[in-house]
Design a protein. Structure first.
Ligand code: NAD
Length: 359
């Protein structure tokens, strides 16, 4: 079959990690008889340098006419002093909004080969970590009314957390659907003891849960969830939460599995075209050195295959190839330990591509 994929390489290590992912996708194409047509529109700093804006309209159009979008990362010191609306990160918020991507899905899996990389004690990780954070992505406090006003105490700044029933329903359905094919448990995280928006969140999630009788629903306050994640992460299957709480908890969930270079994510809306990206940033400190870990991007490409292109066998082939390369002892510098075999970013891509071809 033939597919069109927009590859937003971005800045810093973005081109290196997306090139490694493309070498794996090319191997999938050969092995399974597909054709992937890549387009490379600009985003972030690269787009600012060429067009003066972080998200040119041509990039939005190219993404909208593709079946899936693979993103590297955006940003870097070169653009840090630009005004807020011209920062590379605005490109990221803009493309999520333009594609209506309201659900951010971040699996956090502790690979058995990399147990030692977790900062948690062995007795905590002995039951494994295999959870997914489902974060609402285009609502809540990051998009609510904000501003400056006068108060009796002088100048005051405010941001507003607001959620409609419809916004909560659609993200909750994604979480329950996901849980159906996993361990069938959703933990909805909120602050319903304080916030009205969380009270509405909780009652709406409970209503959605009625349509999923096989999935257990548990409610947890966000402060407790932050604590439980480091106390016993194995209790979680799918964590469903709002934009800001998800932003914070998903970084915590990523950290407890070891390297930031290993974790993929997808952002989904109502259309099949999703955006798939590693959870890390553009790592300017190692950019251009062929030292980045491309596995998070390669696993994001696997999510792209199953979610947007309906190619589950191909996705599994990529995931298995990653496991085999790790179990053969290959490591990029971020996860290297004495006795392992050293791989650069491009070498890691080649090794995983070879495993796909030779499986
Ligand atoms: P970062 O994730 O880029 O880097 C944090 C640390 O992790 C660095 O030491 C880096 O070398 C390391 N690291 C990150 N990815 C790695 C990989 N694949 N392999 C090995 N090591 C890796 O976060 P930061 O330093 O806070 O941000 C750098 C830039 O990235 C900033 O401009 C920031 O705004 C941007 N950013 C972009 C995204 C995105 O595009 N989605 C997300 C976060 C940050």
């Amino acid at each position: 079959m033939e597919f069109k994929i927009a590859v937003l390489q971005g800045d810093g290590i973005g081109p290196e990690i997306t090139n490694a992912a493309i070498s794996v996708l090319d191997a999938v194409a050969i092995k399974f008889g597909h054709k992937f047509n890549y387009r490379f529109p600009l985003i972030g700093g690269a787009a600012i340098d060429r067009d003066g804006v972080p998200l040119p309209q041509s990039t939005i159009d190219e993404c909208k006419s593709s079946q899936a979008v693979l993103l590297g990362a955006v940003g870097g010191p070169k653009w840090d002093n630009l005004p807020g609306h011209l920062r590379p990160e605005k490109g990221l918020l803009g493309i999520r909004n333009a594609l209506g991507l309201y659900a951010n899905i971040r699996p956090a899996l502790l690979h058995s080969e990399l147990k030692g990389a977790s900062p948690l004690k062995n007795e905590i990780t002995k039951n494994g970590i295999d959870l997914v954070v489902v974060r609402e992505l285009i609502g809540g406090i990051y998009f609510g009314e904000r501003g400056l006003r006068n108060s009796p105490n002088g100048k005051q700044a405010y941001d507003t957390e607001a959620y409609s029933v419809k916004e909560v329903e659609r993200i909750a359905r994604i979480a329950f659907d996901l849980a159906k094919n996993r361990r069938r448990k959703v933990t909805s995280v909120d602050k319903a003891n304080v916030l009205d928006s969380s009270k509405l969140w909780r009652t709406t999630v409970a209503k959605v849960a009625e349509s999923f009788p096989d999935v257990q629903l548990e409610n947890m306050f966000v402060d407790n969830a932050a604590m439980q994640l480091v106390r016993d992460p194995s209790q979680f299957d799918v964590i469903l939460t709002s934009n800001m709480f998800g932003d914070i908890l998903s970084d915590e969930a990523a950290m407890i599995t070891g390297s930031i270079g290993l974790l993929p994510s997808s952002s989904l809306g109502d259309s099949k075209c999703g955006l798939f990206e590693p959870i890390h940033g553009s790592a300017p400190d190692i950019a251009g050195k062929d030292a980045a870990n491309p596995i998070a991007t390669i696993l994001s490409a696997a999510m792209l295959l199953v979610t947007s292109l309906d190619l589950p066998a191909e996705a599994t082939a990529v995931e298995n190839a990653v496991k085999r390369v790790l179990s053969k002892g290959w490591r990029t510098p971020d996860i290297y330990s004495t006795g392992s075999k050293k791989a650069t970013c491009s070498k890691m891509g080649e090794l995983i591509a070879l495993e796909v071809l030779n499986a």
